[in-house]
Write a protein that binds this ligand. Structure first.
Ligand SMILES: C[S@@+](CC[C@H](N)C(=O)[O-])C[C@H]1O[C@@H](n2cnc3c(N)ncnc32)[C@H](O)[C@@H]1O
Length: 504
């Protein structure tokens, strides 16, 4: 890849106003929203009404349209059509008129994190929005919902080094580089690494090193402060005729690739180093998927602090339907039933009754492991709060593990500012039958509490210690203080961990 050409492309994109705001101003909010739903035509219609360099770039690199060579030359004055062809992002088509067709998509990705916000141009393979179906087996994904989720899970902590395992177009590597001095981005796909290098240069981001190879092979013997991966976790039957896509299928049987990614973390993290993964896990012969994740994370001699968050669990039919649809195979298609059978045969043969889908946050402990949570979190979660919440939870778990109950009772805690209390009362009843604490941030939990815990949380403004508050509540409720403390303190620990109470 010629860096001078990539720099010329960046100058041209900027000069044309190829930004989120520029595109929105050209096509309008409705057409922009339609693009998010992979519907191209409203944007195409709008771009036709406002011809010029920005419309040309939008046609070519967002919608995948071939454009007249003269228009492309006008849109890329620095790079030129020859430069675009030389860079491998476009090709000439002779008929019916001199046209230039894009070979890649270039889309805008807006981000916001603890350091501020911005926008990147992200090049990837042309996809359904550009009329490409079915996708090529070595398709390199653009920025999708999964990548956005993983980006939101990342800790906003400065570090020396980070690894993006299975980098694809490199968007997670770009996010990691905001906080890490050095990022290694790996993939088994040379094409993916080409996109990653292109995207780093295009956005003026240095310090991302690309390496080819499977799983941890390219980083043998190395350790990182942070490992992030949206791995190719899709469970795919190993049956002739079932299409396999590099971007979603790592070639293992069942969830074996997830087990390998988690299994390699301890050896590739520095003590105290963290990992954030997306993944799938199977329920096999009645052993729940989350219990299998627990086993992956809890290997003897290689312990990890672990918090597994299962967002959804699908039965085998719904799981197969999801990924058949993702691959462009719909129920009306001839191939559909045979492919569905292949998926169900595979699940049946291996005793799989459900597949969990979700997020894994892990840490190589400095000493003993202090966090092991494996839970369903089905409620809607505001993603922007998750990364900082998970980081704080690992620190809080280590803190709580060292803290005796008397020490906890001596702490001055604060109720988090996003917590509200809801009381539900039967008509005419003297008091509430249900009291709930609700979070606006963190994982958006609703926690049922009794009168004593509600009173304690309500009084946690940092002024009085937990022990003093428990004493006062015991007096009010006319119960034994010791018994109340024994009842409340474990639940106070839980409320700290889930972010309802905070250290003062
Ligand atoms: C789901 S995509 C994630 C891409 C990108 N990180 C994102 O979040 O959008 C998974 C990536 O893993 C790569 N991959 C597949 N098998 C792999 C393996 N055995 N080792 C490393 N990477 C692999 C694929 O080529 C693909 O780029």
């Amino acid at each position: 890849m010629d860096p001078a050409r990539v720099d010329a492309l960046a100058r041209d994109l900027a000069a044309a106003g190829f930004t989120g705001g520029g595109v929105r101003a050209l096509i309008g909010d409705d057409a922009e929203a339609a693009l998010g739903r992979m519907v191209a035509e409203p944007a195409r219609r709008a771009a036709r009404r406002g011809p010029g360099p920005l419309a040309t770039l939008l046609h070519a690199f967002v919608l995948g349209d071939a454009v007249p060579e003269a228009a492309m030359a006008e849109a890329l004055p620095s790079l030129g059509v020859d430069g675009a062809v030389g860079l491998g992002i476009a090709e000439r088509r002779a008929a019916p008129a001199p046209l230039v067709a894009p070979l890649v998509a270039i889309r805008l990705h807006a981000y916001r994190d603890a350091l501020g916000g911005g926008e990147w141009w992200i090049a990837s393979d042309l996809d359904e929005l550009a009329g490409v179906a079915p996708l090529r087996p070595d398709h390199v994904l653009g920025v999708g919902g999964a990548a956005r989720t993983l980006a939101a899970l990342l800790p906003a902590v400065r570090s020396a080094s980070a690894l993006d395992l299975g980098t694809g177009c490199g968007v997670i590597a770009l996010h990691l580089r905001r906080f890490a001095a050095r990022v290694v981005a790996t993939d088994i796909s040379e094409r993916a690494l080409w996109f990653t290098a292109l995207n780093a240069r295009l956005n003026g981001v240095d310090g991302i090193e690309t390496r080819l190879g499977s799983l941890y092979d390219p980083v043998e013997g190395e350790r990182f402060d942070l490992i992030a991966s949206n791995p190719p976790f899709v469970i795919t039957p190993r049956t002739a005729g079932v299409p396999s896509y590099e971007y979603r299928d790592g070639g293992a049987t069942g969830d074996g690739l997830m087990a390998a990614v988690v299994g390699g973390l301890h050896a590739h993290l520095v003590p105290g180093g963290a990992a954030r993964l997306l993944g799938n896990w199977e329920t096999v012969d009645g052993e729940a998927g989350l219990d299998r994740v627990r086993a992956w994370a809890g290997r003897r001699g290689a312990p990890l602090d672990a918090w597994a968050i299962e967002r959804e669990s699908l039965d085998p039919v719904r799981y197969a339907e999801l990924w058949l649809r993702d691959g462009g195979t719909l129920p009306r298609d001839d191939a559909h039933d045979a492919l569905l059978d292949a998926w169900l045969d595979d699940f049946e043969a291996r005793g799989v009754s459900a597949v969990g889908m979700g997020w894994l946050a892990l840490r190589r402990p400095v000493g003993d492991a202090s966090l092991a949570r494996f839970e369903r979190v089905p409620q809607s979660v505001a993603l922007e709060h998750v990364g900082s919440h998970l980081s704080a939870a690992f620190d809080d778990a280590a803190w709580l593990a060292e803290l005796s109950d008397p020490s906890l009772a001596a702490e001055h805690l604060l109720v988090a500012p996003d917590v509200t209390e809801a009381r539900h009362q039967l008509p005419g009843a003297a008091g509430p039958t249900v009291i709930e604490l609700r979070q606006g941030g963190a994982l958006g939990r609703t926690v049922s509490v009794d009168t004593a815990l509600a009173a304690l949380v309500g009084a946690c403004d940092g002024e009085l210690s937990v022990g003093v508050l428990i004493g006062a509540i015991a007096g009010l409720l006319e119960v034994d203080e010791q018994i109340l403390a024994a009842d409340l303190l474990p639940r106070v620990r839980e409320l700290v961990l889930v972010g309802i109470l905070r250290r003062g």
